[in-house]
Design a protein around this ligand. Structure first.
Ligand SMILES: Nc1nc2c(c(=O)[nH]1)N[C@H]1C(S)=C(S)[C@@H](COP(=O)(O)O)O[C@H]1N2
Ligand SMILES: [Mo]
Length: 505
């Protein structure tokens, strides 16, 4: 036919792009933001093959922007691959004068790519059908639409194909987003082994001990930071979940979600801090975690290994190795702040290991291997040294002028298992120091004394000197040790130094 959209190179490319976009969106509609979204394996591959130095730069300098760039790159790659397939099918159909080949070829190609990447046969119809549909639409347009006014209606056909593709893509992303909201809504915890009354009491206590300062996170964080090696988190189902303890043990032990939830659980406040955080950064937060002591699970297996160390593995391919001594203080956690552990924080089960950097708190936990000798985990393979105890920190999060012309400063202090006894503030650049007011410690897991591994809030109000001055904050742990003022960046073993800020008055 004369002046068919699909006869021109530009038209073929345009229809290919439209079909590819609809394909990516169709996949998203079928899967939501999960590992079986066809972009996910590409994103994972990019993240894994990126050199350690680039990953570290992305984390410490770009923060989550680095991850978003990676995701966008993966989306574009997926789109291009589907575009090439669709445009190729159109071209082949034209060359062979075969009317079935363009749409059918696009569908088969798209399905094959999606199924090959994700292993999902049925869900791969999600991308295949809309992609094939767009090509079929363009074909029908050419067959029936091009008769009256060839030139103008060709452009109109191009526009309407793109319009339909944009509409389908928008619908697809909307459907995917709806799935995401379903997957991430808060569910109240109802595990038989969890003491709901104790959870309620502890959360209430945390609320009442939170200082009355706007602008800093309450003692139980409202907006808990998240650090993941992938931008698309795994979404294992609790029904299929098991945890296996294996390696250098007397006997392998495997438990499932129901068994774990029926064991007696502990409710414990713990602060997490990422080794890749910056000096006054925001990758530090506190929650009330509900879970089963890991030591009891390990003893059932009978650990033997020579290194006194374990390797934790998880559903996203993450792994980390650290001492059994630290492991034995930890919990297999399935609840967070009285809710079912959210997907982004490791649903169905994560480890929470008091006193150590965030990275040992393995999310989507599936396996514990007792080792004979030490190995490097995911981050250690990339040069980080983040399996040990956290470094103490006092953050400066908030400052305001009060009504009577004084200045209020506030933040958090966290020293891991060394605790926080005092926070000191200097308003003359570190020459003289005064004690800040501290929030009362959060209660211990067994209700007796202070939580062994939780931050405290501090606040300090002073009459500002008339001119420019520098405020400095530092914490002192329970053995009287002052946090070091030696400044280091996060890489490789976590940031240290005193946080300071200059004020005009
Ligand atoms: N499976 C798995 N566990 C993981 C990670 C991950 O990417 N995958 N990130 C780790 C890092 S580096 C940190 S700092 C903490 C952050 O926990 P959060 O995301 O719940 O705040 O999880 C740790 N556990
Ligand atoms: Mo981390």
């Amino acid at each position: 036919m004369k002046d068919a959209l699909l006869d021109s190179r530009g038209g073929q490319l345009l229809v290919g792009l439209a079909a590819g976009g609809a394909g990516v969106a169709g996949s998203y509609a079928a899967t939501g933001y999960t590992p079986v979204f066809l972009v996910s394996p590409i994103e994972r591959f990019l993240a894994r093959t990126m050199p350690g130095a680039v990953v570290s730069f992305a984390i410490t300098t770009l923060g989550s922007v680095g991850q978003q760039l990676n995701l966008v790159t993966a989306v574009v790659l997926a789109w291009l691959v589907l575009t090439v397939g669709a445009a190729g099918a159109v071209l082949a159909g034209r060359t062979a004068s075969n009317r079935l080949l363009p749409a059918l070829g696009t569908g088969v190609f798209t399905w094959t790519v999606a199924a090959g990447l994700t292993g999902e046969l049925a869900l791969s119809l999600g991308p295949a059908l809309p992609a094939a549909g767009i090509v079929a639409l363009a074909q029908v347009g050419d067959a029936y639409g091009g008769r009256a006014e060839p030139i103008s209606s060709k452009r109109r056909r191009a526009l309407s194909t793109v319009g339909v593709a944009v509409g389908a893509t928008t619908l697809g992303f909307g459907a995917g987003e709806r799935q995401n909201r379903q997957a991430t809504r808060d569910l109240e915890l109802s595990a038989p082994g969890a003491d709901r009354r104790d959870i309620g009491t502890k959360l209430e206590t945390a609320g009442s001990r939170t200082l009355d300062v706007d602008g800093i996170e309450p003692l139980v964080s409202e907006n808990f930071f998240q650090v993941d090696i992938n931008s698309i988190d795994p979404n294992p189902s609790a029904d299929d979940w098991t945890l296996t303890i294996t390696g250098e043990v007397e006997q392998d032990v495997t438990i499932d979600y129901d068994e774990l939830q029926s064991m007696t659980a502990t409710n414990q406040f713990s602060t997490l801090r990422c080794v890749g955080d910056s000096l006054n950064g925001r990758k530090i937060d506190t929650a009330l975690w509900t879970g089963v002591p890991l030591q009891g699970l390990l003893e059932e297996a009978g650990p033997r290994g020579d290194c006194e160390c374990v390797l934790l593995r998880s559903a996203d391919g993450y792994e980390v190795e650290f001492p059994i001594e630290a492991f034995n203080r930890g919990l297999a956690v399935y609840g967070m702040n009285g809710s079912v552990l959210p997907r982004g924080h490791g649903y169905p089960v994560r480890a929470v290991i008091p006193g150590h950097w965030g990275e040992v708190n393995t999310k989507w936990l599936t396996e514990i291997e007792v080792l004979d000798r030490e190995v490097d985990g995911y981050w250690e393979q990339r040069g980080w040294e983040g399996t040990g105890p956290v470094k103490p920190t006092a953050t400066l999060r908030h400052d305001e002028m009060t009504e009577n012309g004084r200045r209020l400063l506030a933040g958090h202090a966290y020293g891991g298992l060394r605790g926080v006894s005092t926070v000191e503030v200097s308003t003359d650049g570190g020459s003289t120091w005064s004690e800040a007011t501290l929030s009362e410690p959060l209660p211990a897991a067994d209700g007796d004394g202070r939580a062994e591994d939780a931050w405290r809030q501090w606040q300090y109000t002073y009459d500002p000197p008339g001119d420019t001055h520098t405020a400095v904050v530092r914490m002192i742990d329970e053995s009287g040790t002052v946090q070091t003022d030696e400044e280091t960046g996060p890489y490789p073993s976590g940031p240290s130094g005193w946080v300071s800020q200059e004020f005009q008055r």
